[in-house]
Ligand binder design. Structure first.
Ligand SMILES: Cc1cc2nc3c(=O)[nH]c(=O)nc-3n(C[C@H](O)[C@H](O)[C@H](O)COP(=O)(O)OP(=O)(O)OC[C@H]3O[C@@H](n4cnc5c(N)ncnc54)[C@H](O)[C@@H]3O)c2cc1C
Length: 449
C-alpha cells in the first residue's frame, strides 16, 4: 500500500509536535512518524519507576519562562504546579566543599574576583572581531586561571564549581566549547521547573490537539531523486510513504551518525554544519531513598569537588514523600559513568554521599534510574552547543532547506537566530519554535504553488 501526504514530519519531540500543530491550521494532509513508543523525545517523564513521583530523565525546566515563550499558555493550563524552581542560586541550596564542610566566606570572595577576571578575558576574546580564529573556552582562560588560582585549593575548587556550571549548562567540557560564542544564544529570563514532568506537558499538548502520530515507526531512507514526490522508507514495510514536503526533526546526534540514509546524499554545506555543531551529554542519575536524610529544607546540593571539576556538582533534592535525589552529570564524566553498570554507578553515588554527609547513616536506595543518552540510538547525546569553530551561522545552515526547498529541518539544533533578544537554542521551547517555523515555511510554499 502506498500512502501519499502533503507533508511528513519525522520525529515527535517538541519540534515535530509544534510543526504538526501548525499544519493542523491548514488544509494540508500530514502525518508524524516517531520511532519511539512515546511522544516527547528528549522531554521524557518517567512515571513508572518512582513511587508517587514523575521524574524527568531529559528536559525539566521551561527556560525563558514568560508570556513570550510558546509553551507558556500550555503550562498555565496545567493549573496547579509546585512552583519551586530548583535553581543554583536558590536560598535552600546546600553549598558545600568536597568533605561536606561549608565554603569559607573569604575563599568565596576571592573566587568571585578570579571568576570576574576569567569572564572579562572571555568577553574580551568574544568581543574582539579581529580574532579570526576560534579557540576553546579552556584555552582562552587557561593562563589567567593559572596565574590567579595561586595555591589556595579551596578557591580553586570554588572557581571550578562555577566553571563546571557552564559545562553543565552546555552539556560539554570547556575544552570543546567555543570561546567566540561564549554566552551566544544563552536562554534569557527565568526558568520554571515542571513538577508533573516536561514530557507529561508535551503529551498533554498532543492530546489537546489530537495530533496524528505513528509511533514505533523508524525512518531509515529519504529519497528526493524524484522531483515530484519524496519517498520515505520506514521500519514498517507494510506501506510506502510519499510526500511533497518533509520536516526532519531527528536529533543532531542522529544526523552526525547518519541514522537516516539520504538519496541523493545531503549537500556538503549541510554535512559540514552537522559535523561542526557541538552536541553534548548530560545525564540524570535518579535515586529514591526511604527517607530524606539530607534534610527536608534542602532543595539542591551544590558541591565543590576535589577530584575533578564538576563531578557530582549539582543535585536536586525532592523532599518527602518523594525522597529522591537527582544527580546531574555532564561531559566526559557522564560518558565515563555510562560505561559502568547500574550497581557500579550506585557505589559511586553512595561514596559521594558518604563523603559529603560523613556523620550521617545513608540508607540503602529503594529505587533508581539512570539515563544514558549517549547510548540512546534515537538521540546519541543530550543537546547541541557551540563547539569550537561553530557559530550562529552553523545553526542557520542546520535549519536551511535542502532538495530545492522540499526538505525542511527543525529541532533544538536548528532554531536559527531570528534577531530577537529572546533567541536561544538547545531547549524544548526553542525546538518548538523551530517546528513552527518549518511548518509555516511549507504552508507558504504550498499555498503559493
Ligand atoms: C538530560 C537532559 C536535560 C535537559 N534539560 C533541559 C531543560 O531543562 N530544559 C530544556 O528546555 N531543554 C532541556 N534539554 C534539551 C531538550 O530536551 C531538547 O532540546 C528538546 O527536547 C529537543 O526537542 P527536539 O524535538 O529537537 O528533539 P527530540 O525531542 O529528540 O525529538 C526528536 C524525535 O525524533 C525521533 N527520531 C529519531 N530518529 C528517528 C527516525 N529515524 N525515525 C523516526 N523518528 C526518529 C526521536 O525518537 C525523537 O522522539 C535537556 C535534554 C537532556 C537530554
Amino acid at each position: 500500500m502506498t500512502m501519499d501526504f502533503d507533508v511528513v514530519i519525522v520525529g515527535a519531540g517538541a519540534a515535530g509536535i509544534a510543526a504538526a500543530i501548525e499544519l493542523q491550521k491548514t488544509n494540508l494532509s500530514f502525518v508524524v512518524l516517531e520511532a519511539r513508543n512515546y511522544i516527547g523525545g528528549r522531554a521524557f517523564t518517567d512515571r513508572e519507576t518512582f513511587i508517587s513521583t514523575p521524574v524527568d530523565l531529559g528536559a525539566s525546566w521551561i527556560h525563558s519562562f514568560g508570556s513570550r515563550n510558546p509553551l507558556y499558555d500550555y503550562y498555565q493550563r496545567l493549573g496547579k504546579d509546585d512552583q519551586f524552581d530548583y535553581d543554583d542560586e536558590d536560598g535552600d541550596a546546600l553549598i558545600i566543599d568536597y568533605n561536606g564542610r561549608p565554603l569559607l566566606p573569604h575563599a568565596r570572595q576571592r573566587a568571585k574576583l578570579v571568576l570576574s577576571r576569567l569572564y572579562d578575558r572571555l568577553d574580551e576574546f568574544a568581543g574582539n572581531n579581529r580574532n579570526s580564529d576560534d579557540q576553546s573556552i579552556e584555552q582562552v582562560i587557561q593562563t589567567v586561571y593559572e596565574q590567579l588560582i595561586e595555591s589556595d585549593e579551596q578557591v580553586k575548587r570554588i572557581v571550578d564549581l562555577s566553571l563546571s556550571g557552564m559545562e553543565q549548562y552546555e552539556g560539554s567540557n570547556l575544552n570543546n566549547l567555543s570561546a567566540k560564542c561564549w554566552e551566544t544564544g544563552d536562554a534569557p529570563g527565568g526558568d520554571r521547573w515542571v513538577s508533573c514532568g516536561y514530557g507529561t506537558l508535551l503529551q498533554r499538548i498532543c492530546k489537546e490537539h489530537n495530533i496524528p502520530i505513528r509511533l514505533n515507526t523508524l525512518v531509515t531512507h529519504i529519497d528526493t531523486s524524484d522531483t515530484t514526490r519524496i519517498a520515505i522508507t520506514t521500519s514498517d514495510s507494510s506501506s510506502a510513504l510519499l510526500c511533497h514536503r518533509i520536516i526532519i526533526t531527528i536529533p543532531l546526534g542522529c544526523l552526525k551518525r547518519n541514522t537516516i540514509i539520504f538519496e541523493p546524499p545531503l549537500p556538503e554545506w549541510k554535512r559540514e554544519a552537522i559535523d561542526r555543531m557541538g552536541y553534548g551529554l548530560m545525564n540524570k542519575l535518579v535515586v529514591q531513598f526511604p527517607d530524606c536524610f539530607w534534610g527536608s529544607s534542602t532543595r539542591t546540593i551544590i558541591h565543590a569537588c576535589t577530584v575533578r571539576r564538576g563531578r557530582f556538582r549539582f543535585t536536586i533534592c525532592l523532599p518527602s514523600p518523594s525522597n529522591i535525589l537527582i544527580f546531574f552529570v555532564t561531559g566526559v564524566f557522564a560518558k565515563e559513568l555510562e560505561t559502568l553498570t547500574d550497581n557500579e554507578i550506585l557505589v559511586e553515588i553512595m561514596n559521594f554521599l558518604q563523603n559529603i554527609f560523613p556523620k550521617r547513616t545513608i540508607p540503602n536506595p529503594i529505587r533508581y534510574k539512570f539515563s544514558r543518552w549517549s547510548q540512546d540510538p534515537l538521540a546519541y547525546g543530550s543537546y547541541s552547543n557551540f563547539a569550537v569553530h561553530s557559530n550562529p551561522q552553523t545553526i542557520a545552515d542546520l535549519a536551511k532547506e535542502t532538495a530545492d526547498g522540499r526538505v525542511h529541518w527543525a529541532g533544538e539544533h536548528a532554531n536559527s537566530d531570528d534577531g530577537s533578544e529572546n533567541w536561544c537554542y538547545a531547549c524544548v521551547h526553542t525546538a518548538f519554535t523551530s517546528g513552527q517555523r518549518a511548518a509555516k515555511a511549507i504552508q507558504k510554499q504550498l499555498n503559493n504553488s
